[in-house]
Design a protein around this ligand. Structure first.
Ligand SMILES: [Zn+2]
Length: 434
């Protein structure tokens, strides 16, 4: 059993969490969002320029946990992780005719030799170009599933609410290649299942709707949405069955499956899947050898907007004044509050080390609020607004016999006092995954 020294535990006194009193950029005419204002105010994200934000340390921890969750599900479907350069040569986008159609939304870059690039919003061209550059592939290689999790850019005309609609964002993009349409449909089904697993693990109700192929294209396409008034999409949902469709794709007022009426709801698109067939592989020569002949691969692409999931999930869970996270994605799972300096219980600080040892052995993600110059009440308030799901306090009741520690389950508005010996039992029983 390893014992974690107090020195190596993350401490709030060292945390870069700059709180901001006012949000200079918030325009009052804009539909406001409680979570967006609080993410900025409580120091989880910070605007750098119009539509571009920094993830500060606590915000980035949430993103990293989301990345880890997605990686597990991608691994299960044998998708291989890679990383493409931020810049894509413009001539590739000209080959697929996407450059002129999207030119206003693209960030364009020129190097010292006047070669043109774009800061990539998506990578269908770049990935097909890599595949074609290695030559015609053998059938044994397939299904081939390649993904990356990286920053993408789009010069939005109207950026809104932080990462809800930002000019720089974090996306997981998966590109799949199969030898024929039937195999590509099998891949589409496997990835759809992986998406269901990801959304179930995040734990927030989502809607899968028939999608709008937009400028990417495709023969089959689905969108994943979180229902929220801050969202800019509208989905039409059947009142009786699971049928849902993006409003822009919907032509009738009744569900085609069961004829019930469709209800419109505001939503934010957080994922999009496309079966593209050969739209990109043909012009870019991404091919497989079949009967000794190079044949264009059948392609799919699958996006997940991680920075948008971050924004909308916290909006859906938070209160007006306090941030809330799914327990498994919170910046830290447990915040431990040490006794106030000068208090009667200050001499009981040695219990902090025991608490850290117990929670470390349970693999809990912990931070210590060592700012003992603040009252316990002040620090509990800080833990609540930041959204740490559990707070463990060494306060007055530690002086009782037996000594009791206080535990607050913030997401469920519950608290209790328990002997230190029961701490391990408390967290073993808790479902800390949601
Ligand atoms: Zn229906």
């Amino acid at each position: 059993m390893s014992s974690m020294p107090v020195q190596s535990v993350k401490k709030l006194s060292h945390l870069f969490q700059p709180a901001t009193a006012t949000i200079a950029t918030a325009k009052k005419i804009e539909l406001s969002s409680k979570s967006y204002e609080n993410l900025v105010k409580y120091g989880l994200i910070k605007q750098v320029t119009n539509g571009m934000y920094a993830f500060l340390p606590l915000g980035l921890r949430v993103i990293n946990k989301l990345v880890a969750l997605v990686d597990v599900e991608m691994e299960k479907i044998e998708a291989q992780k890679m990383l493409l350069p931020a810049l894509t040569p413009t001539h590739l986008w000209k080959k697929t005719d996407r450059f002129k159609d999207n030119t206003n939304e693209l960030f364009k870059v020129q190097d010292r030799s006047h070669r043109q690039y774009i800061l990539s919003p998506t990578y269908e061209e770049a990935i097909c170009s890599i595949i074609s550059s290695v030559g015609t592939l053998s059938q044994k290689m397939f299904p081939l599933r390649l993904y990356q999790i990286s920053t993408k850019w789009r010069d939005e005309i109207k950026p809104r609410l932080g990462f809800l609609r930002s000019r720089e964002f974090i996306m997981k993009d998966l590109y799949t290649f199969d030898i024929d349409e039937e195999k590509a449909k099998e891949t589409y089904a496997s990835v759809s299942e992986a998406y269901e697993n990801i959304f179930k693990k995040i734990g927030i109700t989502y809607v899968k709707a028939i999608g709008n192929p937009g400028s990417i294209g495709g023969s089959i396409t689905h969108e994943y949405h979180y229902l929220s008034d801050i969202g800019e999409d509208v989905v039409c949902r059947c009142s009786s069955c699971q049928y849902s469709i993006n409003k822009t794709m919907h032509k009738e007022s009744h569900c085609p499956d069961c004829k019930s009426t469709l209800k419109e709801q505001n939503s934010a698109e957080i994922g999009h899947t496309f079966l593209l067939n050969t739209k990109y592989t043909e012009p870019l020569d991404a091919a497989v050898r079949i009967n000794n002949k190079p044949t264009p691969l059948v392609m799919g692409c699958f996006g997940l907007g991680l920075s948008r999931i971050f924004t909308v999930m916290v909006e859906l869970l938070s209160t007006k004044t306090e941030l809330r996270w799914p327990k498994n994605l919170a910046p830290y799972t447990v915040c431990i509050i040490a006794p106030k300096a000068g208090s009667k219980e200050e001499n009981s600080s040695h219990y902090i080390k025991d608490i850290i040892d117990i929670l470390t052995q349970l693999n809990m993600d912990i931070i210590l609020d060592d700012r003992t110059y603040l009252t316990i009440g002040n620090r509990l308030m800080h833990a609540r607004i930041t959204g740490f799901p559990y707070v463990v306090i060494v306060g007055k009741s530690i002086l009782q016999s037996p000594p009791l520690i206080e535990i607050h389950d913030i997401n469920n508005s519950r608290n209790c006092k328990i002997p230190l010996d029961n701490l391990s039992g408390y967290f073993s029983k808790e479902d800390t995954t949601i």
